[in-house]
Design a protein around this ligand. Structure first.
Ligand code: PEP
Length: 252
C-alpha cells in the first residue's frame, strides 16, 4: 500500500552543466510513477532549470532545505513560498549535515516543517542517530524525541503529506558502512511506532519511511525487502546517473 520512493540527495555536488546533462540522460528512462516515485534533491541554484526540464516526467525535483519564514531579512536563506512558486513539491528538512554543521535544533526543524506545510510543500523529515547515542544506550529515546519534536503541532490531516527518513549519521558518507537491513528496519519501525503513538496505527501505516546511509546497488534489494522501509535516500550513489538508474530499477 506504500509506493516505493527513491530520493537522490546531491548535497553540494555538481555544476549546472553537469546537473542538466544528468537529468536529460535519465528523465525519459524512469519507470512509471505508479510503480516507483523518483526524486532528486538538488542545490537551490539548479531548481528552476531542472524543474522546467523534468516537467511531465517521473523525475521530481526536490529542495535540500528551506527557511522557516516566508520572507524577510534573512540573507542567504530560501523561502518555502518561493520554492512552491517554482513548482517544488518536496523539501528535505533536518538532514544530519544541517543539524551538525549548521546547528539546526529540533525546534528549528519543527518550524521549517510547519513553514513548508503552510507553503504547500511536503517535508521529508530526516531523523538522525549518532554513534555516541548508540554507545550511551539512549538511541531509542534520541530517535523518538526527534520525531516528537520535529512533528510537534503537525495535525493528523497534515501527516499524509509528510515523509520521514531514518538516517543514522554513523552510516552516512565516505568510509562508513550502511546499517544492516535489520538495523535499518528497526530504526524505521521505531519511527512508525512513534507515529502510531501520536496519530494512531492506521495513519502511521500509511506514512512512507525511508532509510538513508551508504545505500548502494549491492545493499539496496535487501533494504527494500524490509517490512518498514518504503524507499531510500541516496547520497553518493546518486551522483552517477547510470548507478542511480540501476537503483531505481531495483525498486520497480
Ligand atoms: C545522505 O546524505 O542522506 C546519505 C544517505 O548519504 P550517503 O548515501 O552518501 O551515505
Amino acid at each position: 500500500m506504500r509506493k516505493p520512493l527513491i530520493v537522490g540527495n546531491w548535497k553540494m555536488y555538481k555544476t549546472i552543466t553537469e546537473a542538466v546533462a544528468y537529468v536529460d540522460r535519465i528523465k525519459a528512462q524512469l519507470p512509471p510513477a505508479d510503480q516507483v516515485e523518483v526524486e532528486l534533491a538538488v542545490p537551490t541554484l539548479f531548481l528552476q532549470s531542472l524543474v522546467e526540464r523534468t516537467r511531465g516526467t517521473n523525475l521530481k525535483i526536490a529542495a535540500e532545505n528551506c527557511f522557516y519564514q516566508d520572507e524577510g531579512a534573512f540573507t542567504g536563506e530560501t523561502s518555502p513560498v518561493a520554492l512552491r512558486e517554482l513548482g517544488i513539491k518536496h523539501v528535505i528538512l533536518g538532514h544530519s549535515e544541517r543539524r551538525r554543521l549548521f546547528y539546526e535544533s529540533d525546534a528549528v526543524v519543527n518550524q521549517k516543517v510547519h513553514a513548508a506545510l503552510q507553503a504547500g510543500i511536503c517535508p521529508l523529515l530526516c531523523v538522525d542517530e549518532t554513534m555516541k547515542r548508540q554507545v550511551q544506550g539512549d538511541r531509542v529515546q534520541w530517535v523518538v524525541s526527534q520525531v516528537l519534536t520535529g512533528l510537534a503541532g503537525v495535525t493528523a490531516a497534515q501527516l499524509p503529506r509528510v515523509t520521514l527518513a531514518y538516517e543514522p549519521s554513523w552510516a552516512i558518507g565516505a568510509g562508513k558502512a550502511a546499517a544492516t537491513p535489520s538495523e535499518a528496519n528497526e530504526g524505521c519501525y521505531l519511527i512508525r511506532q512513534t507515529l502510531a503513538r501520536l496519530y494512531g496505527e492506521s495513519a502511521a501505516a500509511r506514512v512512507r519511511i525511508l532509510y538513508g546511509g551508504s545505500v548502494n546497488q549491492t545493499n539496496l534489494p535487501a533494504l527494500l525487502a524490509q517490512s518498514d522501509i518504503d524507499g531510500v535516500l541516496i547520497g553518493r550513489a546518486s551522483l552517477d546517473p547510470a548507478v542511480f538508474l540501476q537503483m531505481v530499477a531495483v525498486a520497480q
